[in-house]
Design a protein around this ligand. Sequence first.
Ligand code: S3P
Length: 460
Amino acid sequence: MSTPEKRGPGFERGGLFKDPTIGVGMNFLVTPGGSLRGEVEVPGDKSISHRALILSALAEGPSEVTGLLEGDDVLATASALRQVGVKIDMIEGQRCRVQGLGLTGLTAPDAPLDLGNSGTGFRLLSAVLAGQTFASVLTGDHSLRKRPMKRIIDPLMLMGATIHSSEGGYPPLKIYGHYPLSSIEYELPIASAQTKSAVLLAGLNANGVTRVREPSQTRDHTENMLTGFGCPVEVSGGVISLCGGARLSGRTFSIPRDFSSAAFFLVGALIGSESELTLPSVGINPTRTGALDILRLMGADIQIMNHRNVAGEPIADLKVCACRLRGIDVPSTLVALAIDEFPALAIAAACADGKTSITGVGELRVKESDRIRSIVDGLRALTIDVEEYPDGMTITGGRFSGGKVDSCGDHRIAMAFALAGSVSRGPVRVMDCGLVQTSFPEFSDVARKAGLRLEVEPRS
Ligand code: S3P
C-alpha cells in the first residue's frame, strides 16, 4: 500500500479532546473473567447502509431498506440527504423508505451538511454533489475535519467540479457542482474503497464511460449495489467501469449484519477461556473478510455455516470457539481486505504465542484516529510489548495487565480494548467510548449479554 496522505494539522496527540463533542458520555469498565457464549446479533453493515441510502436517493421511485444500521454515521448521511430534498422515513426498527429523486433531482441545501464522524458519508456524498447544478458545503466533527480529502478532490475536479477546501485538502469542502461532469480514466494512488466509490458515483452524472483502476482489491459494495439498482458495472483486471446517465430504479433491499462489528466478538471468543459464540447472518463478502483469513493463519477455528445470498451479498452464520493463537507475519495481500479490523486483530496478536508483524498499514494513520498510534498506546498501557513503525507494528504476545486505555475518540479502538479486558489481569477502563454510537450503538448491551463483564460509566 502506498504512503497515505497525512492527517490534517491539529491532529496532534490529545488534540481530539479539545473538541467537546468527541467521545462524550461514557467510559467502559471491563472486569476480567467470564466467557463469551451463545448468540450475538451484530447490527447492519455500515458501508452498505450508507450506500443503500445514497443509491436509493439517486434512484427513480421508492426504495425500502431493511436491516439498516441506525448508527450515528448512517444517520448523518440520512440527514444530509434530507437536506438536499430526499424524503426518508424510518418505518420501524431498522427499516426505512426512501423516495428517490433520480440522478439530477436533488435540491440545493440551505445550510452546511454535517457528516459528523463519517468519512464514508462525507466522501460518497461529495461525489454525488459534484455532479449537481448547485453548490454545497460539507463539514464534520473534529476528527473528520482532520481527515484527508485530496484523494477525492483531485478526481472530482478533474471531472469538472470546483472544490474549495481548508488548506491541505481538509474539510469543510465547498463543492460547486457541475452537470454533466466529464468522464475520466482514473488510477487510484491508494487502495481506498471510498475513493473508488466517489469516482464511480460522480461517473453516474458524467458524459461517457468512467473507469477506475485500483492498486489492490478493496470492498466492492458500490459495484455490486449499482448493478442491483440497474446500472451495469463492468469489472475486469482491476478496472471498474460504468457509463454515465444510466437510470437507477428504486428497489427493496436487505442489509447484511456487519462483519466489521462481528470481528470484535470473533476475537473476544478466540482469546477467552471456554468461549463459544455464534454470530448469525453476517456479511462475508470476500472483499471484507481478510480478518477471517488472518485469524485462521493464526490458528483460529472459525466455522462458516448456512452460506447464502441476500441482495447480491453473501452472508453466513459464523461459529467460533476459544483456542490458542500463534503470531504471524500478516500477508500484505490481506491488508486492504481487513483494513477496519486491525484494532481487533491487534488484541488477538497480543494474546498469541510469539510475534505478529503487521506492515503496509499506513492508511490506519488516517482513520477515525491515528490507529497505529492508538493501538500501540493502548497495548503499552496494558503492558504488552509492541514496536511501532511508520506503516505498522510488531506485537509480542503476552498477558494484558489491567489499566486505563484511551480510545482516542475512535469507536473501533474502544470496542477492541473492551474485549481485551475480559482476559486481563485486572480491570480495564477504556476512556471516552461515546463514538461507539457511530457503528454499533447496542455494543455494551450485546457484549454484556454475551458474557463480557462490562459496565458503562459516565465520563468523569
Ligand atoms: C469504507 C472503506 C474503507 C473503510 C471504511 C469504510 C467504505 O476505507 O476503512 O471504514 O465504506 O467504502 P477506504 O476508503 O480507506 O478503503
